[in-house]
Write a protein that binds this ligand. Sequence first.
Ligand SMILES: [Zn+2]
Ligand SMILES: [Zn+2]
Length: 236
Amino acid sequence: MKALKQNDVIYYNLYQALSNHVCPVCQCIAEATGRFLDNLMYEFVNDLRTRDRLRETKGFCREHSWALQRMGDPLGHSIIYADLIDSFLSTLDKKEVVAKRRKIPFAMSKGGECPVCLEEEEMENRYIYGLLASLKHEDFREKYRSSVGLCLPHFNLVSRQVSDKEVEALLHEVEINSLSKLSAELKEFIRKSDYRYARELPGEERDAWIRAVELWVGSLDLKKQSQSSFKNKEKS
Ligand SMILES: [Zn+2]
Ligand SMILES: [Zn+2]
């Protein structure tokens, strides 16, 4: 069988993600980041060069430090942090710190060189580009039409890059349908919160408030992904 090209993999991943009722770009990035973190953890323990690189970037940003922590791996963390702490201690000259109180000898620069953030950014570009290419295929379009569309940050990114009028019209149509439906569900939730309607059973709108956050700022599926990938590791 012919090996899948990278673009085919992106098409396939996006197509599968369209069934999941979350932004497909968020979903694919979360999965890719989960795999990246898994590999990274393995490399830290086994590859000195990876650890050297991590010392240079002074660890990870806050979000990804905790994402890794949630994956578990006490030994991997002990190796990484013993390394980072020793490196910090060796640069920590107390006299110098007192003399230059504002000097922070071992802080990650703002804007971040976190290796996971850099990887996510690259993945995001690849998937935005991949989505626009995939939307030229009729079967993908059909599935996209029945999806929840994109989170707002990814909708904005895609809108900035789309040039095909037909694709642009479809992106707008799906986004308007999805957001209108969500708005109606939120209003239904508010209506049922009124004591006069308190006896009515909750319907699909019960988790609309969570989906609203998800669509507004993007999905935080990475957390679920990280936890489940650690659980799978524990079982094996
Ligand atoms: Zn998204
Ligand atoms: Zn990061």
